[in-house]
Design a protein. Structure first.
Length: 441
């Protein structure tokens, strides 16, 4: 809890001191995908800690709900389909639901309903895509198990009695939960097992490529889903022990117990190892030297944007990497660095990172190959034109009426309407080399 509290405080300072960097990260579904983990950490650390805990848990739950809405908007704007990277910002709101229920039961039930609705809508699509689409990275694929696990944990709210009578009917309470609650828990546990199977399968088929990647912040994706699944198994065991007629010592209960112990031990070991590696690598990740780096383009100057393929969209089975992931790899990340021999700071973009969200960063050669694969696919399958679309931060779109939707460049700058996409495309990207086109003075 102390370590988590320190990290949360550090993130709070980042919001205050580098607001522009945070806004930049939230402008892409690729780099915004881990944002929900902050809210999950806050509600777990501060729940039950007096009025301070009540305030922080309530605030974190509200922010998590806003993140879910914003992330879904970004996903719709980029026209991408659900994959496991969506879950920390969407389905994981179920964790906030449980902790919020401690203070505000109705709000907790409301967030639980949102969690379950998002699970049933996103999880089947994500399951199919991870199975069929080899272009989804291994860390993202491992997050698959988190959605049904968190939803199962969120449903435990319904097992909590809310008696107001002096002599409640405990027998009726038990009967209703045996008839409705327990079957629902069986069903969600089945989904959780399917999620684990999908996660293991995704790592197995991607292992040859993933083992070549250096350790990065993206490896944290192997921690929280595993522990969330261990938490879900424990919640399921509690439901079975409370409402099932199955006696203790049966093979079923013993198997569930052994399964829980294995997942808990493995998850703990993996988390401790990744945490150690994370802190040992942190100085290298935070001390970035961009003196000899040609600055990557802003998102609205990337090749995919200039060639109007950033909103190509995705399919259940596709031969290309998501356009949103390719754009994030081309533009890199916005960082705040001290000025050379001057007071103050400056904002620059850089690709000298090891990960973008849960995605290990691509080498230039890999990025160029995957980008050409996408462009070739778009050439053979041109996207259907739409008169009205959502506006992506950093990209101009025409809604079909008036000027609404133009100039929505977010934190990146402004695009002249009369600029030639062809000329700018050829001038901004040549043989995988990015030219410096934007820098805050």
């Amino acid at each position: 809890s102390a370590v988590a509290g320190v990290l949360i405080s550090a993130f709070g300072l980042k919001i205050v001191l580098a607001t522009r960097v945070v806004l930049d990260e939230l402008s892409s579904p690729t780099t915004a995908s881990p944002a929900g983990l902050i809210c999950m950490t806050i509600v777990c650390v501060f729940a039950g800690r007096g009025w301070i805990g009540q305030f922080l848990v309530s605030a974190a739950a509200a922010v998590h709900l806003c993140l879910a809405i914003w992330f879904i908007y970004c996903a719709l704007a980029y026209r991408i389909m659900p994959d496991p990277s969506w879950f920390p910002n969407t389905v994981a709101i179920g964790l906030s639901a449980v902790k919020t229920w401690l203070y505000y039961p109705m709000s907790g039930h409301f967030l639980m309903a949102i969690c379950l609705a998002l699970l049933f809508f996103f999880f089947p699509i994500s399951l199919i895509r991870v199975t069929l689409n080899r272009k989804i990275s291994a860390p993202v694929g491992w997050i698959q198990m988190s959605a049904p696990s968190i939803a199962l944990y969120a449903l435990t709210i319904m097992a909590q009695p809310s008696f107001e009578e002096e002599q409640p009917d405990v027998t009726n309470f038990q009967h209703v939960h045996r008839m409705i609650y327990l079957p629902c828990m069986h069903f969600l546990f089945g989904l959780a097992v399917i999620g684990v199977t999908s996660s293991v399968q995704s790592l197995y088929v991607r292992w040859d490529d993933f083992k070549k990647k250096e350790f990065s912040p993206a490896h944290t994706a192997f921690c929280f889903p595993t522990l969330a699944h261990a938490n879900a198994i424990q919640a399921y065991r509690a439901a079975v022990n409370s409402f099932s007629d199955t006696p203790s010592g049966t093979p079923f209960k013993i198997t569930i117990y052994i399964y829980w112990v294995i997942v808990l031990v493995v998850g703990t070991i993996v988390t401790l190892y990744v945490t150690y590696k994370f802190f040992s690598m942190l100085p290298n990740w935070t001390q970035i030297d961009v003196s000899d780096e040609v600055e990557p383009p802003a998102p609205y100057e990337t090749r995919l944007t200039l060639e109007n393929v950033i909103t190509t969209g995705e399919t259940l089975r596709q031969p290309f990497v998501s356009p949103a992931v390719l754009q994030a790899n081309e533009t890199g990340a916005l960082v705040m660095l001290p000025r050379d021999n001057e007071r103050g700071h400056r904002y620059v973009r850089t690709r000298r990172l090891t990960a973008l969200g849960f995605e290990p960063i691509m080498e230039w050669s890999e990025l160029n190959i995957e980008r050409e694969v996408l462009l070739d696919w778009v050439g053979k399958n041109p996207p259907r034109r739409r008169k009205r679309t959502l506006s992506v931060p950093g990209i101009d779109f025409n809604y079909g009426y008036a000027d609404f939707g133009f100039g929505n460049s977010g934190v990146y700058g402004t695009i002249p309407r009369d600029s030639s996409l062809h000329n700018r495309s050829s001038s901004s990207n040549t043989a995988g080399v990015n030219y410096k086109i934007w820098q805050t003075q």
